[in-house]
Design a protein around this ligand. Structure first.
Ligand SMILES: C[S@@+](CC[C@H](N)C(=O)[O-])C[C@H]1O[C@@H](n2cnc3c(N)ncnc32)[C@H](O)[C@@H]1O
Length: 209
């Protein structure tokens, strides 16, 4: 991965042919885009943050919400997380996460159901990389993360300035220029920011690059 040389992912070059293949395979014209076949700017920012601050997850139990390719989950494992669960509602994502975890020699458990109506999991840290690209998902994620925070779970959010993430009440921990794909984004280089909910005693605040 650009900027994350230690993480290896199977990724797509183009979105439309793969989306077409998904539509054919599922016999569903409205099948979700293959988000899992790309490394998103928010997830790349979290990956870089964990590389610079492994202490944020080292020796801890981590839950990666909206895991997609498994990028943040794998980065957490590489940073020393003891247990990592990757959650994504897209069944193709589950396969991609397993494949990518194997390519990195990383052990990651996968959850394919929608957990946002459940109590937050029993973990120490929740990662949410690029979960604010669409209104319906975005408006469910923050309340759930707030419940997790109230239960004592630390949260790390990664986002490149999408309109559905209100940043009031978030603590910015770091900003990175990340290289993503114009298949999904207007620009190849994006400013990916990493935030914690509220004050973040466990995370070291800084801005780099
Ligand atoms: C933009 S992608 C980000 C993937 C990855 N975190 C990254 O940064 O590369 C968002 C992912 O969230 C997943 N997603 C959407 N709604 C979800 C939900 N309710 N629970 C879990 N995952 C969800 C999508 O399937 C998609 O894979």
């Amino acid at each position: 991965m650009p900027g994350l040389a230690e993480v290896r992912l199977h990724l797509a070059e183009e979105v439309l042919p793969l989306w077409h293949a998904v539509q054919v395979e599922t016999r569903d014209e409205d099948a979700a885009l293959p988000y899992w076949a790309f490394a998103w700017a928010g997830g790349l920012a979290i990956g870089q943050y964990l590389r610079e601050h492994p202490e944020a997850v080292a020796g801890r139990r981590v839950f990666d919400l909206g895991s997609g390719s498994g990028l943040c989950a794998i980065a957490a494992r590489r940073a020393g997380a003891t247990n990592v669960i990757a959650a994504d509602i897209d069944p193709f994502a589950a396969a991609a996460i397993e494949l990518n975890a194997r390519a990195n020699g990383s052990r990651v458990s996968v959850v394919s159901r929608d957990v946002l109506d459940e109590e937050p999991p029993e973990v120490d840290v929740i990662l949410a990389g690029d979960c604010w690209y669409e209104a319906g998902f975005a408006e469910r994620v923050l309340p759930w993360l707030r419940r997790a925070q109230a239960a004592g779970i630390e949260t790390l959010l990664g986002d490149p300035g999408r309109r559905y993430l209100p940043i009031d009440g978030l603590t910015e921990l770091a900003a990175y220029e990340v290289r993503t794909t114009t298949e999904l984004e207007d620009l190849r280089l994006k400013q990916g920011r990493v935030y914690a909910l509220g004050a973040a005693p466990g995370f070291e605040s800084q801005s780099s690059r």
